[in-house]
Design a protein around this ligand. Structure first.
Ligand SMILES: [Zn+2]
Length: 109
């Protein structure tokens, strides 16, 4: 006949469209899982995208703005000025300790 006709192109288009949707859906899921969100938005988006797959479009529009930028998340707990170091061995001493846990040196001050 005519080789590849309109129906075939349409079917192909739909397949490509669905594959793209699944790709973005997975991408959205990974994005939600690997990022932190304000409040409990992470759970909400995760459930929403899993239960209503098409809502990943909403996620990319709205949810992405609720992400907490990685740069604003402290790598470790905030450095407190109260942290002390042993004058004898240099190990960190827990706040309020009277003796160094490492070498037993008495902490003054
Ligand atoms: Zn010490």
């Amino acid at each position: 006949m005519f080789g590849i006709g309109l129906p075939e192109v349409m079917i192909l288009g739909v397949i490509v469209f669905i594959v793209c949707l699944i790709g973005y859906w997975v991408k959205a899921l990974i994005d939600i899982l690997t990022n932190e969100f304000t409040g409990s938005n992470k759970i909400i988006w995760l459930l929403l995208v899993i239960l209503i797959p098409i809502s990943f479009i909403l996620y990319f529009i709205i949810g992405a703005k609720q992400k907490i930028p990685k740069s604003s998340i402290p790598v470790s707990s905030p450095v407190r000025n109260l942290n002390m170091f042993c004058s004898n061995c240099g190990k960190e001493i827990k706040e309020g300790s009277k003796f160094c846990r490492s070498c037993g040196n008495k902490i003054t001050g």
